[in-house]
Design a protein around this ligand. Sequence first.
Ligand code: ATP
Ligand code: MG
Length: 267
Amino acid sequence: VHGYVEVDTLRERVESGRWTDMYADEFEVGAALELAVTLLDWRAREQPPAVLSLAEAWGGHSEAVCEAARALEGQESDEPMYGAPDREFWPLGTRPDLERAGALVLDRFRRRLRDGMGLPAKVAMALSKAAFELADNAIQHSGADENAPAGGAFGFQVEGRKIAFAVADRGRGVLASLRTNPLWSHLGSSAEALSSAVRLQASRRQRGKGYGFQDLLVALADLSGVLRFGSSEAVLLCNGHGAAREWRNRKRRPLAGFHASFTIEIQ
Ligand SMILES: Nc1ncnc2c1ncn2[C@@H]1O[C@H](COP(=O)(O)OP(=O)(O)OP(=O)(O)O)[C@@H](O)[C@H]1O
Ligand SMILES: [Mg+2]
């Protein structure tokens, strides 16, 4: 299964005009979403990269990338209500969509973790709730108007003892959203904005702190895995769990929106 190294490399090569064929296989849901966002953005440009069709064919080898792209374009999966899929993508719409259709998808995720994987009910619930928080954030913060969010999608995958889930939107990104609050208007980069939001409880809301990311980190505290947050050219990575968390910053080619993804290994 391919991850971010390949997506970052591909984006770098295409945009610097150094495409050479790369081996394409299957992608993790978060990487699939980032690649799908990238392909949609390239396609929407007035002057798409010369090798766009090659890159699209490359991504088209991956079912996850195709499913992610369909969700980003607003197509719902046709999973039955009580299905137990190993992987599912879902298009983010408005807040009422998230509370109705979206809640059913998140409930499938929860049941897949509890019944299919045998996770304690509390842990399965916490992971599903964490995914809800991220989706809710995308709806509330991706656009200038909460009632008109930028498009995005949510995805999860369960494979053996591995769980992955991710949310990606194509909106204004974390720097633009935080800067609307005078308290945070001094922020100078997406990297700063990203760690302020994720680690320091910065919020664009005037009333003070944000609790979404905080709750998410608490929910994941006893699980080991990798958390990846990305916005524009900034990537924030976290390894390990609880007090032993290690944070790292990375750079990538700018990509519109906010992207969060989690890969968890259950012992
Ligand atoms: N998808 C996103 N796009 C742009 N900015 C985002 C996105 N998600 C989060 N943010 C920024 O990160 C901040 C912190 O998010 P967090 O979920 O921790 O708190 P909140 O959403 O502000 O409040 P709460 O979750 O407690 O209702 C948000 O206020 C927003 O500025
Ligand atoms: Mg929030």
